[in-house]
Each structure stands twice: as structure tokens, then as C-alpha cells.
Write a protein that binds this ligand. Sequence first.
Ligand code: DGP
Length: 142
Amino acid sequence: MTAYDPDNIFARILRGELPSARIFETDEVVAFMDVMPQSAGHCLVVPKAASRNLLDASDETLRSLLPAAARLARAAKQAFAADGVTISQFNERAAGQTVFHLHIHVIPRYEGQSLQPHSGGMADAARLAEQAQRIRDALEPI
Ligand code: DGP
């Protein structure tokens, strides 16, 4: 497997070198809005620990990730009055991965609406910040 690149976009977001519309942070993970949303409220949960994807992640990293994704999914569903939530995660380029730091997509779904393309158009930063606030307001306490 290709080595982890510590200068990938999400590593730089985690270090605060690039901006993101942050939703929450714990000791283990950071959640922020996806800048190329496939639906209204599309967000990501990213472990702080370095791995390319699920294939090289430690069990410890994976253990913290799914509860965080579920918490984020519940909040995003409520905040956007969504009808459902798609959870997705890609491993390596052949599987559709474009950013090589492990992350889980939390994609609110709406009856009768298909998804925008994966890694499609960029969303407006102010709009993403407002959406992050809406999800933050709907988060359950840990
Ligand atoms: P993938 O690696 O295929 O699971 O998808 C990466 C996702 O990350 C894709 O939905 C677009 C999103 N993305 C790409 N660059 C940035 C960025 O700079 N900031 C944020 N917030 N999201 C990004």
C-alpha cells in the first residue's frame, strides 16, 4: 500500500493549516462539512490519527470512528429534517477515494432526491458554516 502522505488535504485541515466548516471535535476525531456536498448537510468525520483509509487504520482508530459517525448522522438528520442518511467510505483510488486520510461520509437523504456527483461542485463557505452550526445545535451531548 502507498505510504500515508502527511500533507494530504485533511491532515492539513486537522492541523489548522486549511480552513473547514467544523462541527465538532473530540480527542479522537474532527467533523466538518464536505466542501463538495452530494446533498444538503453532507459532512465528514475524520480521525486525528494518521491512516490512508480503513485498510491501514488501527482498531483503536476505527473504534472511535463509528460512534462519532452515528452521532453526526443523527444530528445531521435532525438538523436538515432528512428522511434518511447514507454512510459511505472509500478505500483507494480504484474505489473512488480522492483524499487519502481516512474519513466517513455522512450524507443526509431526502425522499425522491438523487445525490449530486461525488467530488462535484464546491459549496459556498458561508453556507457551509451556517450548515455546520445547524448540525452542531442538533448534536447530542457525549
Ligand atoms: P473521498 O476521498 O472520495 O471519500 O472524498 C473526499 C471528499 O472530500 C469529497 O466528498 C470532497 C471532499 N473534499 C475535498 N477537498 C476538500 C476540502 O478541502 N475540504 C473539505 N471540507 N472537503 C473536501
